[in-house]
Design a protein around this ligand. Structure first.
Ligand code: TMP
Length: 211
C-alpha cells in the first residue's frame, strides 16, 4: 500500500510573498521526486472557487457580515478537504496549500475580532481533527506587505481593510505559531533570496526527517 502524502501549507498576509515561496517549495519537491498537487483557500474546487470570487469581490451589492464571511471560508474549506486534499493524500500525493485554517484564525479571529471559541467550533465541525503536517508562516510588517500588494494593482475587498486589521491578523498568526511547533515562522522582511534560502533550508530539514 502506498504511503499517505503530507499536507504543507504556506500562510501570510498580503504581500508576504506566498506565490514565490510556493515556487521554492515546488522546486524542492522536484529535487526530492515528490508527487504533489497545489490548492488554494478559499477555493480549489469549482464550488469553492465561486465562493472565493464572492468573498474577494470589492463590488458586492450588500455588506458581507463577519459571520457570513466566516461561514463562506469554512464552506469552501469543507469542499476542498473532502473533494481534493484528502483523496490526494490517500493516493500518496503531497499537497501544497496556499492558505488553510490558520488564515481563518488570523483574519476572522484576529482581523474581524471574532471569538476564538466560535472559530474552534467551526473548525471542529469542518476539520474533525484534520490539520497540516507543516505550515510555513511568512511574517512581514503589514506596512511593507500592503505596499507590495498595492503595487500589484487593484485591491480586493479584504485587502481594502485598514492597516490595524492587518496588525491584528499578524498578532494572531504569531500567537498561534508560538504554541504550535508545526507552524514555522519565516522572516519575510529580508531580501527575497534570503527568504527563499530560509524556506528551502526549513523544508529540506523537514523532508530529510519525514520522507
Ligand atoms: P489570497 O489567497 O489571494 O491571499 O486571498 C485570500 C484572501 O482571503 C486574503 O485576504 C485572506 C482571506 N482569507 C480569510 O480572510 N480567511 C480565510 O480563512 C482564508 C482562507 C482567506
Amino acid at each position: 500500500m502506498s504511503q499517505s502524502g503530507k499536507f504543507i501549507v504556506i500562510e501570510g498576509i498580503e504581500g508576504a510573498g506566498k506565490s514565490s515561496a510556493i515556487a521554492v517549495i515546488e522546486r524542492t519537491f522536484a529535487q526530492f521526486n515528490i508527487d504533489y498537487i497545489k490548492t488554494r483557500e478559499p477555493g480549489g474546487t469549482p464550488l469553492a472557487e465561486s465562493l472565493r470570487s464572492l468573498v474577494k469581490s470589492p463590488d458586492l451589492e450588500e455588506t458581507l457580515t463577519p459571520e457570513c464571511e466566516l461561514f463562506l471560508m469554512y464552506a469552501s474549506r469543507s469542499q476542498l478537504i473532502h473533494n481534493v486534499i484528502k483523496p490526494a493524500l490517500t493516493l500518496g500525493q503531497w499537497v501544497i496549500g496556499d492558505r488553510h485554517d490558520l488564515s481563518s484564525r488570523a483574519y476572522q479571529g484576529g482581523g474581524r475580532q471574532m471569538d476564538d471559541s466560535v472559530l474552534e467550533s467551526l473548525a471542529n465541525i469542518t476539520l474533525k481533527g484534520f490539520k497540516p503536517d507543516l505550515t510555513l508562516y511568512l511574517d512581514i510588517d503589514p506596512k511593507i506587505g500592503l505596499q507590495r500588494a498595492a503595487n500589484r494593482g487593484e485591491l480586493d475587498r479584504i485587502e481594502q481593510e485598514k492597516i490595524d486589521f492587518f496588525y491584528r491578523v499578524r498578532d494572531k498568526y504569531l500567537s498561534f505559531a508560538n504554541r504550535d511547533e508545526s507552524i514555522l515562522v519565516i522572516d519575510a522582511g529580508q531580501p527575497m533570496q534570503d527568504v527563499h534560502a530560509q524556506i528551502e533550508h526549513r523544508l529540506r530539514s523537514y523532508l530529510q526527517e519525514n520522507r
